[in-house]
Ligand binder design. Structure first.
Ligand code: APR
Ligand code: ZN
Length: 374
């Protein structure tokens, strides 16, 4: 291959500091041992990228954002055995090293080698593979998918089915397992149950898909942006609530609507106030509240301690508790076999050079998921 072993010059989005992003010419070094260089085909714009762009996570700038990517392996570094040039792959915000405590435990999936909490902005060896105008550029979540080429550790890449439509399956790298997985795999939503989903963006909509697939009979969707409601109803939401238009706190309204509280509540925004509202919307005795949203670092969640003893469960969940490299390829296969339909989650697809337009659509709340195409 012509580019093997060479630095590639290509276009990438660089966040120079918070709230400042531009497309630039960057240099992408060849992969080192245990790394994979990928030609990106598509990348979703996820709420976690927005947290990065707003500076809500302690990340080093300048950086290349993006983590929900699909691409084709260009070359691999020494020792890489799970993928080879030409393979279709997804990038993983949570890797699976298969060596750390979480990876070796039967239940854990929050691999020690992740770069979410805390964030270093580097590859595993502490250095970066990107530069621009002679300046070092950091990675984000060790993935960085808003670029024509990226370098990712092998443990954060997974090969998928050759038949996968690459303009769509990027969502299965993050939003779909995070949302759908939280409902079907973590909460194990039961048939006939009542669910409430706080946040009807890309991930919250994937939660709705999972609740519906699990046979929930009532799915209450909560969002301050009513533009999300028609899409949410199409996915299976039965009742839509806009907290800004309610005369009472939203959890009181959910309690009144259900009589006994929800069986399952999902927070898919990343605010402590909505986490509390989700917790307070659950049934006192057997309700289960799942926290999916990524709250700003150092924020604290304060619960009424005496209410915990009644039996309800609070659970954090990342990537649907799936061990990522083991489980995510199966979700792609399930999509190809029409067992999961992710298509309604993708409301917009734009070429990468329309990044600013795509971010504007995201920020004005006009998308469920917008996918960038390279
Ligand atoms: N109350 C209700 N809804 C809210 C509120 C609020 N206070 N604030 C924001 N929202 C809604 C937005 O209108 C939007 O529809 O939450 C939704 C968030 O969706 P996206 O921005 O598309 O984010 P998404 O990709 O779905 O991620 C959501 O999950 O994985 C985490 O880090 C991710 O914290 C993020 C969350
Ligand atoms: Zn994501």
């Amino acid at each position: 291959m012509g580019t093997a072993g060479k630095t590639i010059t290509c276009q990438a989005a660089i966040a120079w500091e918070k709230n400042s992003i531009s497309i630039e010419e960057v240099q992408v070094e060849p992969p080192k041992a245990g790394e994979v260089r990928i030609k990106m085909v598509s990348s979703g714009i996820c709420g976690s990228d927005d947290h990065v762009l707003k500076g809500e996570l302690p990340m080093n700038f300048p950086l290349i954002p993006g983590h929900e990517g699909a691409g084709i392996v260009e070359t691999v570094g020494d020792g890489v055995s799970s993928v080879k040039p030409g393979d279709k792959v997804l990038t993983l915000i949570v890797p699976q090293c298969r060596e750390c405590d979480a990876c070796l435990h039967s239940k854990g999936n929050f691999c020690d080698k992740q770069d979410v909490l805390p964030c270093s902005g580097t590859m595993l060896d502490g250095t970066c593979r990107f530069s621009c105008k002679g300046q070092k550029v950091y990675h984000s979540f060790r993935t960085s998918t808003f670029t024509e080429y990226t370098v990712v550790p092998e443990i954060a890449v997974v090969k998928i089915d050759d038949a996968a439509p690459m303009d769509k399956v990027c969502l299965i790298g993050c939003g779909v397992p995070t949302g759908y997985g939280a409902a079907v795999n973590s909460a194990k939503v039961t048939p006939g149950s009542t669910c409430v989903v706080f946040g009807l963006g890309g991930v919250g909509s994937a939660v709705v898909l999972g609740c519906k697939a699990s046979g929930a009979s009532r799915i209450i969707g909560v969002d301050i942006n009513e533009k999300k409601f028609p899409w949410a109803r199409a996915l299976g939401v039965t009742d839509c609530l806009n907290p800004k238009k309610l005369k009472k706190p939203v959890h009181e309204v959910v309690m009144e609507m259900t009589g006994v509280g929800a069986d399952f509540a999902f927070e898919v925004i990343g605010h402590t106030e909505t986490m509390l509202a989700a917790w307070n919307s659950c049934n006192y005795s057997y309700g289960v509240c799942l926290i999916i949203g990524l709250a700003p670092l150092d924020s604290q969640l304060c619960l009424e301690a005496s209410k915990i003893v009644s039996g309800k469960t609070l659970k954090g969940v990342c990537l649907g508790d799936y061990k990522t490299r083991d489980c995510i390829p199966q979700l792609v296969t399930d999509y190809l076999q029409n067992k999961i339909n992710i298509d309604p989650l993708i409301t917009h697809q734009l070429p990468f050079d329309k990044l600013h337009k795509a971010l504007e659509l995201y920020h004005t709340g006009k998308t469920v998921r917008c996918v960038l195409l390279f």
